[in-house]
Design a protein around this ligand. Structure first.
Ligand SMILES: *Cc1c(COP(=O)(O)O)cnc(C)c1O
Length: 466
């Protein structure tokens, strides 16, 4: 154990940035050279090999220059929890394989449900991530419309919701047209009037509404759909109201911004990723439901495991999984050591940072910002004065991102806005400073300038040769 920790500590200490720019081919070659049928002399040698194959080129989410995806640096109590979880190896499917662990998970679910004010009958279960939580939410909602065939049910969600909604619908056997994309307003939030109209038109076609999925924190813009208004529309239409708060769920413990989630208390189900805005190691996520009975949609009894009428508090009755990790321990230790306020403060720090970075970037005339940040992301593109045409700008912005990764100096993400390539800073590191992030921005601009210049030169020499 100590040797393993030292290996990680040494690798972290030796890192000179968030990444080393290793290519897939390089990573594959060194891993494929290992002869798995010929073990090494001992653990030390194996750890040394792991260091070489992985850690030396790992991507470090705690590095302030890592600003790519929705990954967080992890808090120490949760890392301690992760080690205990693996060593003890309790399985949360049944009480008789976990005892106190089942009670700890249930207590935490109660605690989060209370934070979301879902009411006395709420329940839920830990899952592997937001995608699984969203899938289970739709499965649970589907149970209310058993008679409707899969090609008649419809899910309404914003055009900018997470892809796992469409993927879940496909997994559940629904055709692509079953997910109706509702347009967003200028602030990237679901247009509630368009939602109401879409539900009305769908009903007129004889379709059956399965659920409305609102997003509390979209993956690109961090936009929070108008939850109260959507709740009203769902109440009027008698439709299941799911809130995907995979990203925004951390606001439940924010002292400054809890109000942004107003209306979440009216949801029928809620997705929360602790491995995003609660600074937990992967995996740690939950699905909450307003009415505990809804989880019976995934209940199945096996004589050897959870026989009917056993009376045991078996969590397998509420989960898509059977054998399941005790991920709840990480959040438990985090709350018991740090308390919820500090976790919320960390998220607030990241959001404050995003606002400060945005204010600084707004002054730079070679950057075009797609929208002010709602949470902790900034979507933008490099666009110099006298810009080249859009297709070329796409290439320049793509090149900036690859060059940052290749050089290992910083990591940013890419996305598209109105079909055009953009870059994205996702800030979830409460220890990163404004200066840290402005260094990344300076790299982006410097590379952008160089790329644009090179292109202009080669275009000029290209035409001279013609
Ligand atoms: C990240 C994310 C998900 C998926 O969660 P995973 O834990 O990666 O499976 C779903 N919805 C939103 C809005 C997200 O940001």
């Amino acid at each position: 154990m100590k040797a393993a920790l030292l290996t990680v500590v040494n690798a972290q200490a030796g890192a000179h940035g968030p990444a080393t720019g290793t290519s897939p081919a390089q990573a594959r070659t060194s891993v494929n050279q290992v002869d798995l049928d010929a073990p090494l002399p001992g653990l030390d040698a194996a750890l040394e090999e792991v260091r070489r194959l992985w850690l030396d080129d790992a991507v470090w989410f705690h590095d302030p220059a890592y600003a790519a995806h929705l990954n967080c640096p992890v808090v120490i109590p949760a890392v301690v929890g992760e080690h205990i979880v693996g060593a003890v190896n309790s399985s949360l499917d049944t009480f008789d394989q976990s005892v106190g662990a089942t009670m700890i998970e249930q207590r935490l679910i109660r605690w989060v449900a209370d934070r979301a004010r879902l009411g006395a009958h709420a329940d839920g279960v830990f899952t592997s991530g937001g995608s699984q939580s969203n899938l289970q939410a739709l499965i649970v909602a589907r149970r209310r419309t058993p008679a409707a065939p899969a090609d008649r049910v419809r899910v309404f969600t914003s055009a900018e919701s997470h892809f796992s909604i469409e993927k879940s619908a496909a997994i559940m056997g629904m055709p692509p047209e079953a997910v109706i994309a509702i347009p967003v307003d200028a602030a990237h939030r679901m247009d509630t009037e368009a939602l109401a109209n879409a539900i009305r038109r769908s009903a007129a076609r004889g379709e059956v509404p399965l659920a409305v999925v609102a997003t509390a924190g979209t993956t690109d813009f961090g936009a929070i759909d108008p939850l109260e208004d959507i709740a009203d529309v769902c109440a009027a239409a008698g439709t299941w109201f799911h809130v995907d708060a995979a990203y925004g769920g951390g606001l439940l413990v924010s002292r400054k911004r809890r109000g942004l989630l107003a209306g979440i208390e009216r949801a029928d189900s809620v997705t929360i990723d602790f491995h995003k805005t609660y600074f937990q190691p992967v995996s740690s996520s939950a699905l909450l439901v307003r009415d505990a009975a809804a989880l019976q949609a995934v209940t199945w009894h096996a004589d050897y495991l959870n026989p009917t009428g056993s009376g045991n508090p078996d969590q397998v009755n509420k989960s898509l999984q059977t054998t399941r990790r005790f991920d709840a321990l990480k959040l438990w230790l985090t709350l018991r050591v740090m308390g919820p306020d500090l976790v919320g403060d960390y998220l607030d720090d990241a959001i404050d940072l995003a606002q400060a970075v945005h204010a600084a970037m707004a002054q730079m005339d070679d950057l075009e910002i797609a929208a002010p940040p709602h949470l902790s992301t900034i979507v933008f593109r490099y666009r110099p004065a006298d810009p080249p045409e859009d297709a070329e700008l796409d290439e320049v912005n793509d090149a900036i991102r690859s060059e940052l990764y290749r050089s290992g100096t910083a990591m940013v993400a890419a996305t598209s806005v109105n079909g055009r390539r953009h870059l994205k800073l996702t800030l979830l590191n409460p220890m990163a400073s404004l200066e840290d992030i402005l260094v990344i921005v300076a790299h982006v601009r410097r590379i952008g300038q160089r790329m644009t210049l090179l292109r202009r030169r080669s275009a000029a020499t290209g035409s001279a040769h013609q």
